[in-house]
Design a protein around this ligand. Structure first.
Ligand code: GUN
Ligand code: ZN
Length: 650
């Protein structure tokens, strides 16, 4: 069983139960060649702290001595490794050296019999230059073999490999078919040539296509991904496991791996690496070593560098800045930058997993930042959901200090003193009505000064889009006193624009969907503010406390009377997570909703969305925040689906 512990978009920290205990992901599994041990498995476990490795059952099976030992002692004793052992099947040997002399049934049985934790099907390695027909046929054979393996696996976890070469539809179809089989882990296979040729943009398409079809509750392994420079990108796309033979192969060629790329010893002029392997050796000492000692040292360096990067990815997921990390890492090589740019093709898919808000600010790292799903989300929600206030005039400010309302306080007051107007800021995120200035990511994003061409162009496009949509009879760009003078000649109406009411309305519609503000705010509105910050804290309507505004991201938490209004106005399943009968009493007590108890759910929920937990009669049971999308809630068998903030007693 796999459990989702934390997430940042598709990136996740998880826990996979195996016969040798739980495996925390993201996890890197060093490849151990049982005939050519570079770093002993015991050292991997004790000194490095690796809790899983991968070895090759095909090599063990074909070596009479190893075969006999593995059968007698078991794989873990033979390798002297107490952690999780995954085995591969011989597919890669067939890719490298042609036909292999083994049948799927035999190699699966062998893996099971020697006590592998995670065994692999004898899939067919689909090469990037294969025709569509050849690839489709290989996928069919792989599917048949996976079904056969599932019937043989016993207690062993089974890795069912997604193949399909670079044909996105074949990948997705293969993944969908695999999701129906009793398989535990999904490696994405056939990608080594793409990585070797630095075709990282194609790798992005392949991973996304595979993820689209797979069951979200199963961990995904990127087969053969062993270079730290791809870990962050692959994790962002939802890969949970990696394996590396490269650490040893690169070491034999005197090549050091870093998250920024590879460096050959003969090109390096110095090394200042603080990893335990390099630490006590000068550059000259390393150069003067014999080849075997040097390879041993570099292999260890490569492992430390890889391990450190996996830990760094984990931290980024915890802290909510995986996007920033990926954007920085992808500047290491133009081919990685191509991959980063390729993500913009998949914005729609990525947006479904994008949390409503993050703890961290959104930092601009370059033009690719503008293609993040958070931007697509803002643009879409603004243009689809925003209801303009009824003023005749709109004044647009340039992007400036944040929050915008405070930055332009004086100018706004000057205009409002004399006439009825509304205000927008031409922000890189999109057109921001002044009342949305505290909402994530408007206030919580940082851009460099001056803006680059791409940012200027985006602002221009967005403001042009606004100019086609807005209902004002007059829109002017703020130009100081000249603007006040122009407006004085044209309009005299009394000011009616109330920024507080506008804020509550605009955030409601943006967060809960079009029409939410009308439902929530029908009645006499009263706004309570924080005494220290002056920010909106609570919203009461007809004396009932319906909403509280969060100071950190400017979104609302829903109070029971507010939920009652939305539940009456929005038909099921909108904003709902329906739970099974057994769970209802617990959730009414304020306990979290676990995946196993979710009956059905709003398909449009995003992680961190406010949700109403309801029973089968659509009675309100609890309020909280969704931790997952609908598909995730329905496919995970364990883990928290909704963090409940408040149970509703009967
Ligand atoms: N190792 C690297 N790529 C692959 C693959 O596609 N299939 C298997 N079984 N092992 C691999
Ligand atoms: Zn080092």
């Amino acid at each position: 069983m796999f459990e989702l512990i934390r997430r940042d978009g598709l990136g996740r920290i998880g826990r996979l139960d195996t016969p040798h205990g739980p495996l925390e992901t993201p996890a890197l599994l060093p490849v151990v060649n049982p005939r050519l041990v570079t770093v002993p498995p015991r050292e991997l476990y004790d000194a490095f702290g690796f809790r899983a490795l991968i070895t090759n059952s095909y090599i063990i099976r074909n070596d009479p001595k190893l075969n006999a030992r593995a059968r007698e002692e078991g794989l873990h004793a033979m390798l002297d490794f107490p952690g999780v052992i995954m085995t591969d099947s011989g597919t890669f040997q067939s890719h490298m050296y042609g036909e292999v002399e083994v049948r799927n049934e035999d190699i699966v049985n062998f893996q099971r019999d020697i006590g592998t934790d995670i065994g692999t099907v004898l899939d067919i390695f689909t090469e990037p230059d294969w025709s569509r027909e050849k690839t489709a046929h290989a996928v069919d054979v792989t599917m048949d073999r996976t079904a056969e393996a599932a019937s043989l696996k016993g207690k062993m976890l089974l890795a069912g490999v997604v193949q399909g070469s670079v044909f996105e539809d074949l990948r997705e179809d293969c993944a969908r078919r695999l999701a129906l089989l009793d398989v535990d882990v999904h490696p994405i296979g056939g990608v080594v040539p793409l990585m070797e040729q630095y075709r990282f943009a194609d790798l992005v398409d392949v991973i996304v296509a595979s993820k689209k079809g797979l069951d979200p509750s199963r961990p995904v392994h990127l087969f053969g991904a062993g270079h730290p420079m791809v870990f962050a990108l692959a994790a962002l796309l939802g890969c949970d496991m990696f394996d590396s033979a490269s650490y040893a192969k690169f070491a034999r060629d005197d090549r050091f791996m870093f998250p920024e790329g590879t460096a050959s010893l003969q090109d390096m002029k110095d090394i200042h690496c603080h990893c335990p392997a390099c630490q006590s050796h000068s550059y000259k000492e390393i150069c003067d070593m014999g080849p075997a000692d040097r390879a041993a040292l570099i292999a260890r360096h490569n492992l430390w560098a890889s391990l450190e990067e996996v830990q760094r990815v984990r931290r980024a997921i915890l802290e909510g800045d995986l996007w920033e990390m990926v954007e920085r890492r992808c500047r290491a090589h133009p081919s990685l930058l191509s991959a980063l740019r390729r993500l913009s093709r998949h914005q729609d898919f990525l947006e479904r997993f994008e949390p409503l808000s993050r703890d961290n600010s959104m930092l601009y790292t370059g033009p690719e930042t503008l293609s993040r799903p958070a931007f697509l989300r803002y643009e879409r929600r603004f243009f689809e959901r925003y209801q303009y206030p009824g003023t005749e005039v709109m004044v647009a400010f340039e992007d400036g200090g944040k929050p915008y309302g405070r930055h332009y306080q004086q100018q706004i007051a000057e205009v409002l003193n004399e006439f009825d107007a509304h205000f927008f800021v031409a922000s890189p995120i999109g057109p921001v009505p002044i009342e949305l200035d505290e909402m994530y990511p408007v206030a919580q994003s940082l851009f460099p000064e001056p803006p680059d061409r791409e940012t200027k162009e985006r602002i221009r496009e967005q403001m042009e889009h606004l100019s086609h949509e807005h209902p004002y009879s007059l829109g002017v760009a703020w130009d100081g006193q000249a603007t006040v003078d122009t407006l004085a000649m044209m309009c005299q109406k009394e000011p009616s624009f109330n920024v507080d009411i506008a804020r509550v309305r605009a955030v409601s519609d943006y967060q809960f969907g079009k029409g939410a503000a009308d439902l929530l705010l029908d009645g006499k509105i009263e706004i309570k503010r924080s005494e220290t910050t002056g920010k909106i804290r609570n919203v009461l309507v007809d004396g009932e406390h319906i909403l509280s505004m969060r100071a950190n991201d400017g979104f609302f938490t829903l109070r029971p009377p507010g939920a009652a209004r939305l539940r009456r106005g929005f038909a099921s399943p909108r904003m709902r997570v329906e739970v099974k009968d057994d769970a209802v009493p617990f959730n009414r007590e304020g306990k979290n909703v676990f995946c196993a108890f979710v009956n059905s759910c709003d398909p449009d929920l995003r992680p961190m969305d406010e949700v109403m937990v309801v029973d089968r009669n659509d009675d309100l049971v609890a309020l909280g925040r969704a931790m997952m999308t609908r598909d995730e809630m329905l496919s995970f068998r364990t883990g928290i689906a909704v963090k409940v903030r408040e149970g509703i007693k009967k």
